[in-house]
Design a protein. Structure first.
Ligand code: MTE
Ligand code: LUZ
Ligand code: MOS
Length: 810
């Protein structure tokens, strides 16, 4: 009985050969409509600068750095209980293990026992209070990694603890009023009401929806786990190779832990094997422990986490719990809404406050909300401390409004797209966000119209209905969801960047900037910008590893701003070089500096054409400075954090996706049959890289909303899903057989780097369409009479539960 069902699910809607033809077409289409001169180095689909290294296995990750003689290895002894007090440790038993050189506890830390990002509430090693199951209590340093791990595994036996009752869910934390940071409130009323007034308006609306929703968290599952390799240097110096998105913060926290000034610490990151937000703050604990061990022993020390330890020690995307009350009219237009969001923050603040701020600032997504009151609570629990993950609260904010609109459409018996459209921000009116930033660059109407046509939405809606009418067991579902995502760090001063550009006398160029490479193609884009500015071939330009001794006080490579910030800073440096070169060329060869042209590795001056290399040699002889720094700070940002008002974003990135799924109503299995995406990357710096980002984010976000489920044991607080055997991320097999991904053609209205738009995080919201297509298919099983009570992730179990509820009610 199962067999025909499975066959049907597995049969692609289009043959795979078409998929590949499709891929090529997409790339061509992405570059079209943009006349580029032959010398352009931006706006073209160059391969990732390290692509060959990646695929040949020769790209250097932290664990590939040749180990120095005398290198020792570290592993962590972690708490076996979720809450309580640490009474003592039988360290002798650990020391007696073969190969152990030293065991380190909190008392051994020379400086401050804290690696908190936003607040100093994150002990490096347990200070007596046990905060979660998996908390590092001691560090074992041994001659081999295996020996260190075997000794660290004694933790269960050697730790004497007094266990207490843990708080494990945001609901429990909220009931106790237990938060990691104070609650946040945002109120905006277009008609000047207070919160009671907004509630009254909701009560008086023609229709009302009162409901709640649960959305789970998500593990970053970077392929390269957390790792640091610390090498003691002369004096009090420390050099740390760290897989991190935030070398400057690692430098700062390592300096604190060692009790030395920042100038004694150098943090370097060549590249990460993925970060996804998980290495924005949480690389710190391992950098600090490795550095402390290296200092105490005066030997190089490497700390590379095992995957299970990575799951059990570090945090991830915050799960959210929502309660909302909405008033709407016959067209499905929202008249007023109150929303309470409680996030699962874990044991410490980490980045929970800015994550909640971004959630509050993304509840509106692409929709005008005239009357809105929002309350955000960051629930403190005895679990890992949750942190940044692609989207940084944006996805958690926006999915709530999408769930609301989906329910409204069903209750009114209208197509969900029509209801979404009725609520879109206007172009000139109904265009002010709840946090009072006007939406000046609204392209959502046009973008959705294009996607609706190219995906054949209307015809497929009818086809899905016809299919469902004939099919008892399998049900199809279809959904189109839009994205509007604010670009800039929501902490104003993080929006700055620096770069250094060197031109050597052979004409080769070396670029250093404050951003980090995690696979997203930042170094490719920055090198393109520099090559473009100097009119030279891309092959001439090489980006170095990120290094805190080169550019100081950098921000995390996060909030999707890597290319926006570092691209502008590098452009600034390259421009200064070009101007200096132009002046020296004009002085030598005649003509005006302003008329000197740089293109295709040549320099045009007063009718002469010189090779770029000649110009560089001559400039060197003329004693022109052939290196420059560059700096950039995003203009026009403001934020009042108490009122939650201002202009936190430089601009918005947009996108939309249509997904079609089929579910098996007997087993809860489902399959994505087709996805069509139109995403706005402004005037893309590199369409191939950007399409890769869109595809990756879509599949990653789909995993979050469907198969990736985090389960903490309700009594012990053990994260039971701490390995790929129990935590299911998407694989290549989960890519839809028809996957049409295109970039929307249009420049950024703001003066961003070459009018491009940030692309790292916004497309993570596109797979909302998968979740709501599944909800649509479940709804079909009940004749669209009732709202499926579907929480995220929509696992097969969750789908079956929602189906049962829908059938019971229908
Ligand atoms: N892409 C890859 N391949 N690996 C990653 O770790 N991180 C994402 C996104 N894309 C990530 C990625 C996240 S969370 C962010 S904020 C951005 O890349 C950061 O890089 P950018 O600002 O240069 O886009
Ligand atoms: N804000 C933001 C932040 O929007 N994205 C981030 O990644 C971030 N990180 C730290 C602080 N604020
Ligand atoms: Mo991305 S979550 O801003 O590192």
């Amino acid at each position: 009985m199962n067999k025909p069902v499975a066959d049907h699910l597995l049969r692609p809607a289009e043959p795979f050969a078409d998929y590949h033809a499709n891929q090529r077409q997409r790339l061509d289409a992405a570059g079209e409509g943009r006349a580029q001169d032959a010398g352009a180095r931006v706006g073209i689909s160059l391969p990732h600068e390290s692509a060959v290294l990646h695929v040949t296995g020769t790209a250097t990750y932290a664990d590939d750095i040749p180990e120095l003689a005398g290198t020792l290895h570290c592993a962590l002894g972690t708490s076996p209980v979720a809450a309580g007090r640490l009474l003592g440790i039988d360290l002798d038993a650990v020391r007696a293990m073969p190969g152990v050189v030293r065991v380190i506890t909190a008392d051994d830390i020379p400086g401050v026992n804290d690696c908190g990002s936003a607040l100093p509430d994150d002990p490096i090693l347990c200070d007596g209070e046990i905060r979660f199951l998996g908390q590092p209590v001691f560090a074992v340093v041994a001659r081999t990694r295996d020996a260190a791990r075997r000794a660290a595994a004694l933790a269960k036996q050697v730790l004497r603890v007094e266990a207490a009752e843990p708080v494990l869910t945001p609901r429990q934390a909220h009931a106790k009023g237990q938060y990691v940071v104070p609650p946040m409130h945002l109120l905006r009323s277009a008609s000047g009401r207070d919160e009671a007034g907004i509630r009254a308006a909701i009560a008086a609306a023609p229709h009302r929806l009162t409901a709640s929703l649960d959305v789970g968290g998500q593990e970053q599952f970077y392929l390269e786990g957390q790792i640091s390799y610390a090498i003691p240097r002369e004096g009090r110096g420390m050099h740390v190779h760290c897989s991190t998105q935030h070398p400057s913060e690692m430098q700062h926290l390592v300096a604190h832990a060692l009790g030395v000034p920042s100038n004694a610490v150098l943090v370097e990151c060549r590249r990460m094997g993925g970060g996804f937000g998980g290495k924005e703050s949480q690389s710190a604990q391992f950098a600090c422990i490795a550095a402390v061990a290296a200092r105490l022993l005066n030997r190089p020390v490497k700390l590379r986490l095992d995957r299970d330890d990575d799951f059990l020690i570090t945090g991830r995307r915050h799960g959210f719990w929502y309660e909302y009350d909405v008033g709407y009219d016959d067209e499905g237009r929202i008249l007023g809404v109150t929303l309470q969001m409680v996030s699962h923050a874990g044991h410490s603040a980490d980045l929970s406050a800015p994550v909640m701020t971004r959630a509050v600032c993304h509840f509106d997504n692409a929709y005008w909300l005239p009357e809105v009151a929002m309350h955000g609570y960051c629930g403190k629990t005895n679990t890992q401390s949750n942190t940044a993950f692609r989207g940084f609260g944006g996805p958690q904010g926006a999915i709530a409004i999408e769930n609301i609109l989906d329910s409204i459409a069903r209750r009114l018996g209208r197509d969900a797209l029509a209801v979404r459209r009725a609520n879109f921000y206007g172009q000139h009116e109904r265009n002010v966000t709840p946090y009072l930033q006007p939406v000046r660059d609204n392209i959502i109407h046009e973008l959705v119209e294009q996607l609706q046509a190219s995906s054949d939405y209307a015809a497929r809606r009818a086809a899905v209905a016809a299919y469902n009418a004939d099919s008892a067991v399998l049900k199809r579902g279809l959904a189109l969801t839009p994205v509007k995502f604010g670009i800039s760090f929501n902490v104003k001063h993080f929006n700055q960047a620096g770069a250094l550009v060197h031109i050597y006398t052979d004409g080769s160029i070396l670029v250093n900037h404050g951003g980090t490479e995690m696979g997203q193609g930042l170094n490719t884009k920055v090198a393109q910008v520099v090559a473009h500015e100097l009119g030279v071939g891309f092959e001439r330009v090489r980006c170095t590893a990120t290094d805190t001794s080169k550019v100081a006080n950098t921000s995390a490579t996060a909030a999707s701003t890597g290319a926006d910030l570092n691209g502008k800073a590098a452009q600034d440096a390259a421009r200064q070089l070009r101007e200096r070169l132009a002046a020296s060329v004009a002085a030598r060869h005649g003509g005006q500096a302003a008329d000197v042209r740089f293109a295709n590795d040549q320099v045009h001056v007063g009718g002469k054409v010189l090779a770029f290399n000649t110009v560089i040699s001559e400039a060197y002889l003329d004693r022109v400075q052939l290196w420059s720094d560059g700096f950039y700070a995003t203009p026009g940002l403001s934020w009042d954090k108490d009122r939650m008002q201002g202009h936190p974003f430089y601009y918005f990135a947009y996108g939309a996706a249509v997904s079609e799924v089929v579910i098996d109503t007997l087993t809860g299995e489902w399959k994505l049959l087709r996805a069509d995406i139109l995403h706005d990357a402004g005037r893309s710096l590199n369409p191939a890289v950007d399409i890769g980002q869109v595809e990756g984010a879509f599949i990653q976000g789909m995993g979050w909303l469907t198969t990736e489920e985090l389960v903490w044991h309700p009594k012990t607080g053990l994260l039971t899903t701490h390995a790929p055997s129990t935590y299911k991320i998407p694989t290549a097999n989960d890519c839809p057989p028809v996957f049409n991904v295109k970039l929307f053609d249009g420049p950024n209205v703001e003066d961003s780097i070459h009018r491009s738009k940030a692309v790292g995080e916004p497309p993570l919201l596109l797979p909302f369409s998968v979740f709501f297509a599944i909800r649509d298919a479940i709804s079909a099983a009940g004749g669209h009479q009732v709202d499926p009570p579907l929480s995220a992730p929509a696992t097969s179990e969750a789908i079956l539960r929602a189906l049962a509820a829908v059938r019971q009610a229908a």
